[in-house]
Design a binder for this molecule. Structure first.
Ligand code: 6PG
Length: 254
């Protein structure tokens, strides 16, 4: 039985990114001596969080104890404009004292994407201790959500939605005409804490579909983002006022 979903609405991105940064600080404090395993989200939204971490939490996070992974990656080189790793490197990882051997880039630009995904899965299994389900349990997984309800690179209608045995897979995304590498639900839902970071009016409709009351009987679980429900972990949706417009009366947001 999953824990209830926590929904937090912030007037703007500032409050949201501070809350997310403090979540990482808390995860480090909870795991006082050991390594802290965190998976970074893809897309553009995390850039604001990365800058917040680098500029306001430089001395508050024990960077030398982090093992940083990526929840998904595009099939591009690390320095391509679309690379999730490239964004994190520019905005965060090059600005904080984390040993680069503790930054685990997802090699989604490899020609044999299946083999690369298997190798990344083995790296996760080697470095992230198992949780109650026996799978590697990240201390914190950050995710975004697309307007079609995808999260990480788990897109509606793609084969990986049913991958339960694997932890990291290659995924064909016909709608984008591309390939991706991504965590599966099995790995995401093994996490101790999962946080969705969602900003902007263009996300209000999908937030309502995932978090609002089921429409015409269609449960939100049909949407990939709706299938993120860690049974032994906490799930939080961090929304700004605009992204929450479909589920909360804006007048109620301070
Ligand atoms: C990716 C992501 C994807 C992203 C959402 C939201 O690599 O594209 O992992 O799931 O989080 O598409 O993206 P934005 O933050 O750019 O809206």
């Amino acid at each position: 039985m999953s824990l209830p979903i926590r929904i937090q609405v912030f007037p703007d991105a500032g409050g949201l990114t501070h809350h997310a940064a403090r979540t990482l600080r808390e995860a480090c404090a909870r795991n006082a001596e050991g390594r802290v395993a965190v998976a970074l989200s893809g897309g553009a939204t995390p850039a604001l969080l990365y800058r917040r971490l680098a500029e306001d939490y430089l001395h508050e996070i024990p960077w030398g104890r982090l093992e940083v992974f990526f929840g998904d990656e595009r099939a591009v080189s690390p320095h391509h404009a679309d690379s999730n790793y490239g964004l994190a490197l520019r905005e965060l990882l090059s600005r904080v004292p984390i040993p680069m051997e503790q930054v685990h880039r997802m090699p989604a630009g490899e020609s044999d994407l299946e083999l690369a995904a298997q190798c990344y899965e083995e790296e996760v299994q080697r470095l992230v201790p198992p949780g109650p389900l026996g799978d590697p349990a990240f201390d914190l997984v950050w995710l975004g959500v697309g307007e079609d309800g995808h999260t990480a690179s788990l897109f509606p209608g793609t084969a990986t939605l049913s991958s339960t045995e694997s932890l990291v897979v290659a995924n064909d995304v016909p709608r984008l005409g591309t390939r991706r590498m991504t965590f599966t639900f099995t790995l995401i839902n093994a996490a101790r804490r999962v946080q969705f970071l969602v900003l902007g009016r263009e996300k209000a409709a999908i937030v309502e579909r995932v978090l609002g009351p089921p429409r015409d009987g269609a449960p939100s679980e049909l949407l990939p983002a709706g299938r993120v429900r860690p049974p032994h972990g906490t799930l939080e949706w961090l929304l700004d006022r605009e992204a929450a417009a479909g589920i909360v009366d804006p007048g109620l947001i301070a």
